[in-house]
Structure formats: C-alpha cells, structure tokens
Ligand binder design. Structure first.
Ligand code: ADP
Length: 504
C-alpha cells in the first residue's frame, strides 16, 4: 500500500492531491522551483524538495529531477496532477525502472492516446466515431488542398502534438490555406517541438462534452458521466458544468458506452477523460483523450459525491474498482469557474503580482480549490489560474444563483482577475437558458467585455457599506456617547451593539 506520494506539480492541483492524501493518512512530498519557495503546496506538504530554477523546462518538466526527489525522500509513488509531466510516457517508464508507482495509466496507454493522429487511428480501430478527416502528417499546402477537395470547407488544421488550444487554424476558403498552414506549423514547432499537422472537418459551433472514465488493472472500465465544457475562450475552457444542459439519458448512455470502449481499447487504468464534439442534432465525434486528471474534475466529484484522487490511488494500489456502473447516478448540479490572474480589459494579459487582500467564499454548497494567500506573490512563470470556485446545488437554476453569490463573496486585491467576467457569464441569457455551445464567448463578447457593467450591483453594495461605516465612525468621533451619570461608554461596546443592528 502506498505510504508516501510525491506530487510532481504545483499550485491548486498539488494542493488538491495532497488534501486527499492527508485524509488517507498518506505522507506527501512537494517539489518546487526556486520561484515557488513560498507557494502553499510547499508549506502544506510533509516534505519538500527544490527541483531547479523558475522556468518549468528547468524544474517541473525535468524527469530526472522528479525521480531524484522521489528517491531522496523515499516516496513510493508519484502523482503528476495535470499539465507538466502528467502525460509523459517517459516519466511513467522511468518510474517503472526505479520501482516507483506512477499514479496514472501505463506508458503504452499514454502513447496510444498521446498524439492526436495516433489517437484517431486507435479510436477508428475501436469503433468510436471520430471527426471526419485524415490520419497522416500533412507535408504541404498542396496536400491540404487535395484533402479539402475530398472533405469540403470548413476544415481545421491541427498540431498532432497539440494541447491548450495551440497550433489550430480554421480554414473557410482557399486563400486562407497558405497562412493557416504556415502559422499552425510554426506554432506547433515553437510550442511542442513537433511540427506534425493533420486536418479534420470543422464542426460549426459544436458542444464540447467530455466523459470521465475510470479503469483498473483487472480490465474494468466505467464512465462517470459528462461535463459540459463549451464556455471556451480561444479554445480554452473557462466555466464547466455537470450535467450538460443539452444531455438526454439516451445520449448519455450512448456516449458513455463509446467512452468505455475507448478506454478498453487501450487497457486504460486510472482516471481519464474522453473528449467529444457534439452537434445540435446529437451527433458526436471523438476529439481526444486526456490520460490524467482534468482541471474540471471537481464538478464530477460534486454530482457523484466521490473523490477521484482517492479512486486513482486505490487503482494504483492495484485494487479493483470500488464502484460499479450502476452506482453512478448524478445528483443535483455542479458548476466550476476558473479564477485567473488576468486583465480582461487588456486582452486577458496575465496579471501576476502580490495579493494584498483575499477573502474566499464559504458557506453551503461551495468548494474552493485554491493555493494562494494574502501576501503571496503570483509568479510570472506559470499558468495564470489561481484557483477554482465550484458550487453544487439541487438544480441548475439554483447552482447559477449560488455561483453568483460565491463570486460576490470572492474578494481579492493587488492583482487583476476575471471575476467580473465570470459574473457576466452567469448573467448571460444564453447561459441562463442552458442554450449555448463553443460559439458562446464570441456571440456574447460585447456584453461580456462591456465596462458599463463593471460597476456591478455587488460592488455598489460594497461601496455603500463602506460609506455607511465611515459615516458612522465619524459620527462617533463627534458625539462620544455617555451613560446617564455622564461616564463615556466604550466605543467598541457601543459600536458592537449598533453594528449588530446595522448588520454591517
Ligand atoms: P487541445 O488539445 O489544444 O485542447 P482539442 O482538440 O481538445 O485541442 O480542441 C479544443 C477545442 O477546439 C474544442 O473544445 C473545440 O472548441 C475546438 N475544436 C477542435 N477541433 C474542432 C473541430 N474539428 N471542429 C470544431 N471545433 C473544434
């Protein structure tokens, strides 16, 4: 049984994993770069090892530094979180050589799903529908033209090694081919060190719906229902919810079965995600598989009342799945908002810096997957996401109301965040109606970016409360209260009484 886990990650996901370890009485080892000495995951872990300078290519992405840290601390397992080395078959192989348990799938499963061209081939062979397109490297713009003649416009050119929405270009007419090919290729080389491109049909405004799956080392694979991830900006998710407002029980059953088929095709073990594009008529196509925990995994945990990290650790301990397909029933509704340190009024530029004040929401139905604290300096080197707000409620309408309340309670100063932008998403009629797809952000762009809305009701309320408070204090200064025998009354006591009445 695993006794000590090294978490090969940082930020909120390192905290998330270690929180489950603590509940399971498993010791934790944090790794950190020189820029992360004061990060909360380092303070939270039982032990911590510095693995190199700030740039992730010199620290969080160096397999040998991670392996050495595990050996040095006697960790018997490594949890990779998401991003960084979480989908590196190289790390899995090194763990195997060193007798360290990797909490995730086999290197073979990772490789079969690792690049998009191989994943498409694997899925076609397994009988899972993929977006129409090709399964080979595109050599030239001439070849692009030939493929388009076969499948017709619009198409999307994609980097086979792609991720994070990079290396993709939509082509709607012939004169866009040249530029799309060149820019996608150079982005693929600079981001992934791999210029392999392929082409698939561009589905207009689809839904991005993904299925969580869970497999063990005994051939069992189940699905844990869907997450709707269509609120995307530049192909990156911002808000996710479960269940999907467009899902029907029949479609869930059909897609869930295909997700299981996809997992079984690669002998999948652990937690993974099968991403699909779905059109308005319910036709769905495999997009890619993520062989790791997803950022948005908490909404699945909330509607199923399970701990996915705990399930991952159980599978890594070589135990059979604890859950059966018939145990999986979504209850209520969950929404997640990604909180990012960015300036939405300046093209979403990252906004690193020192957090001056921070009040995180609490209360019924609210979960905050966090890592930042007051006085913490957000480093410039990593992803601008500083945490996730997750709400659960009995119905979708109630979950939206709860998310509004939770966003109102989240107060942070010293840096810019996308909180107001997220509030506006909650106020958009398409979102309220649950009638949206991946075109949502573009369609509602003016409303979402409108500065008129900047002074939202909640901020006006805050200002009113502060003004009332200042008036009250000034008034106290002038009229020190007295008892009936003319002794001054303690201002604190007096204030305390009135404060209770005013409910400031
Ligand atoms: P990445 O691995 O970079 O995240 P994905 O292949 O998962 O890229 O696609 C990310 C998003 O890009 C999807 O959720 C969808 O919004 C859009 N997208 C990708 N492929 C297509 C397609 N063939 N048609 C329409 N939209 C697509």
């Amino acid at each position: 049984m695993i006794k000590k886990i090294l978490v090969a990650n940082r930020g909120e996901i390192a905290m998330r994993v270690m929180r489950s370890c603590k509940e399971m009485n498993i010791d934790t080892v944090a790794v950190y770069s020189e820029a992360d000495r004061t990060s909360r995951h380092v303070l939270y872990a039982d032990e911590a090892v510095c693995i190199g300078p700030a740039p992730s290519k010199d620290s969080y992405l160096v397999i040998e530094n991670i392996i050495n840290a595990a050996k040095q601390t006697g960790a018997d397992a490594i949890h990779p979180g998401y991003g960084f080395l979480s989908e590196s078959a190289g790390l899995v192989k090194r763990c195997r050589e060193e007798g360290i348990i990797f909490i995730g799938p086999s290197a073979e499963a990772m490789e079969a799903m690792g690049d998009k061209i191989t994943a498409r081939k694997t899925m076609i062979a397994a009988g899972v529908p993929v977006v129409p397109g090709i399964q080979r490297d595109l050599e030239s713009t001439e070849e692009v033209k030939k493929v388009i003649e076969e499948i017709g416009y619009p198409v999307i050119i994609k980097a086979s090694a792609g991720g994070g929405g990079k290396g993709m270009r939509v082509i709607r007419k012939e004169d866009e081919i040249e530029e799309a090919f060149t820019t996608a290729k150079s982005e693929a080389i600079s981001s992934f060190n791999n210029g392999t491109l392929y082409i698939e049909k561009y589905i207009e405004n689809p839904h991005h719906i993904e299925f969580q799956i869970l497999g063990d080392n005994f051939g069992n694979v189940i699905h844990l229902c869907e997450r709707e991830c269509s609120v995307q900006r530049r192909h990156q998710k911002i808000v996710e919810e479960s269940p999907s407002p467009m899902m029907t029980p029949a479609l869930r059953e059909e897609m869930g079965q295909k997700a299981i088929l996809a997992g079984k095709a690669v002998n999948y073990s652990g937690a993974g995600t099968i991403e699909f594009l779905v059109d308005d008529d319910g036709h769905f196509y495999f997009l890619e598989m993520n062989t790791r925990l997803q950022v948005e995994h908490p909404i699945t945990e909330e509607v199923l009342r399970i701990d996915l990290v705990k399930e991952q650790i159980n599978v890594a301990n070589n135990l059979p799945l604890r859950l059966k397909q018939s145990d999986i029933v979504q209850k209520g509704h969950a929404i997640e908002c990604r909180i990012c340190a960015e300036d939405t009024t300046n093209n979403f530029m990252p906004s690193p810096g020192v957090i001056k004040q921070l009040t995180e929401p609490l209360g019924i139905g609210c979960r905050v997957d966090n890592y930042v604290y007051e006085g913490y300096e957000i480093p410039v080197f990593y992803d601008p996401m500083i945490g996730k707000l997750i709400v659960w409620a009995t119905t979708r309408a109630y979950a939206i109301k709860r998310m509004r309340r939770v966003l109102y309670e989240y107060k942070i100063t010293g840096i810019n965040t996308n909180i107001n932008y997220l509030r506006r998403i909650m106020d958009t009629s398409d979102f309220l109606k649950g009638k949206y797809n991946t075109g949502f952000i573009e369609k509602n762009n003016d409303f979402l970016l409108s500065t008129k809305y900047e002074s939202s009701q909640s901020e006006t309320e805050d200002i009113a409360i502060i003004t009332a408070y200042m008036d009250y204090i000034l008034n106290l200064e002038e009229n020190t209260p007295k008892t009936n025998d003319n002794r001054p009354i303690s201002r604190w006591r007096e204030f305390g009484k009135r404060n209770a009445m005013l409910r400031i």
